[in-house]
Design a protein around this ligand. Structure first.
Ligand SMILES: Cc1cc2nc3c(=O)[nH]c(=O)nc-3n(C[C@H](O)[C@H](O)[C@H](O)COP(=O)(O)OP(=O)(O)OC[C@H]3O[C@@H](n4cnc5c(N)ncnc54)[C@H](O)[C@@H]3O)c2cc1C
Length: 374
């Protein structure tokens, strides 16, 4: 008897769910391993997603409404000693530089879309299939069980996420501040273009994160107001806080055969394959691009080629590894440049940022890459 499924996707995060919809659209029967009861508290984060991710999510009817996907018209970045860079959608001739997407709203849209896709079935446990797509996030158990090496470099920072109500409207601007002590604070606009609330990602040294997780709300709001140089006026904390240890990581192999099970192979996608610092908001954009590339490779395979064929799966690995390696290099370089306490670097950082701000072609190139439209 033939198998009931072509693909078993392990992990129903945003990458796993998107991959399920894309692979089903390519005519494949997909089992999506997801716990029956969604775990605990809603995610307080909001993701900055680029135009490529938006196009992909729209194509599977999972893009949230405008209230939950706020367009970013400008991005402003400041360092100490007067360094500043600004990106503008008008200058880049694009409708928006990115969209800040409310995570629970995105998850719900994906869930609804899956409900309308008869080729995707939710299962509680992994099922046999010619191909397992592992989307279990950076701490993937399956990746470890199957002996795939994951080179992980921890940063000396945690990212704290929460949300704020602000005195002043955000004006559809995403703002980021690099502080002298290595802290990186981002305010991402929420609740539509006229909104007054922001999603916060504050990367701070390990030693400080416990303090800010436990601080009273007024104390946290005052610290964030100071770190943001009062840009949005008085701030009120409106959501619980959560923290993530920051790492850079990548799997050495992205595909292989399941040992001892003939005819079954695996691939990795999303954070199970790579993790980057969130300072440029690229992690999920990379993961969604993995899902798109995988669907393209599998959907376009020669009719005689099995889904478990290693040559086929290596096409996917090759297509994604180089782009991910480039993004990791850029993210790590920025993180190192701005978090090293070296006093000699301060004026260099400010000068470099200001010079970069005036270099229109280079700025355009960087922003097109970040927007996923290069
Ligand atoms: C603070 C912060 C801010 C960020 N901001 C941005 C941003 O602005 N833009 C951006 O592009 N990226 C951002 N990222 C990165 C983004 O969060 C990740 O890249 C993205 O969540 C990866 O999605 P994923 O589906 O691969 O993994 P996850 O989101 O980790 O999902 C994995 C899923 O698999 C499930 N799972 C795990 N193990 C198993 C198992 N054994 N069996 C079955 N299921 C399992 C988990 O429950 C989960 O549902 C940010 C990250 C952080 C920490």
């Amino acid at each position: 008897m033939g198998q009931a499924f072509d693909i078993c996707i392990r992990g129903a995060g945003v990458v796993g769910r998107t991959a399920a919809l894309l692979l089903a659209r390519a005519g494949l029967r997909v089992a999506l391993v997801a716990p029956p009861v969604p775990s605990g508290q809603a995610d307080v984060r909001a993701y900055a997603l680029n135009a490529a991710s938006r196009g992909l999510l729209e194509s599977v009817r999972a893009w949230p409404d405008a209230q939950h996907a706020t367009a970013v018209r400008r991005m402003q970045v400041w360092a100490e000693a007067g360094g500043a860079v600004e990106f503008d959608a008008v200058a880049e001739r694009v409708p928006a530089l990115a969209w800040v997407v409310d995570v629970p709203a995105l998850e719900q849209r994906l869930q609804d879309a899956i409900g309308f896709q008869p080729l995707v079935e939710r299962v509680a446990q992994p099922v046999p299939a010619p191909l397992a797509v592992v989307c279990e996030g950076r701490a993937s158990r399956t990746r470890a069980e199957w002996g795939v090496e994951f080179d992980l470099t921890p940063y000396a920072q945690d990212a704290i996420a929460t949300r704020l109500q602000c005195e002043h409207a955000h004006g559809a601007v995403a703002r980021q501040w690099f502080a002298a002590d290595g802290g990186i604070l981002a305010f991402l606009p929420l609740d539509g273009e006229g909104g007054n609330s922001v999603a916060v990602v504050w990367s701070v040294a390990h030693g400080q994160s416990q303090h800010w997780l436990q601080a009273d709300e007024a104390g946290l709001a005052a610290a964030l107001r100071e770190a943001s140089r009062g840009a949005l006026g008085a701030l009120t904390v409106t959501a619980p806080r959560a923290a993530w240890p920051l790492v850079q990581a990548r799997a050495r192999r992205w595909c292989g055969a399941v040992a001892g099970v003939p005819g079954q192979s695996w691939v990795l996608a999303g954070d199970a394959a790579h993790a980057v610092h969130p300072l440029a908001g690229q992690g999920l954009n990379l993961g969604l691009a993995d899902a798109a590339a995988l669907a393209q490779v599998l959907g376009g395979r020669e009719g005689w080629r099995a889904l478990s064929d290693q040559r086929l799966l290596r096409r996917y690995e090759r297509a994604r590894k180089t782009e991910v390696a480039t993004a990791m290099l850029a993210m790590d370089g920025l993180q190192q440049l701005f978090t090293r306490g070296d006093a000699a670097l301060k004026p260099l950082r400010a000068h470099g940022m200001n010079a970069f701000d005036r270099l229109v072609p280079l700025k355009g190139w960087v922003s097109r890459h970040a927007m996923g439209v290069a």
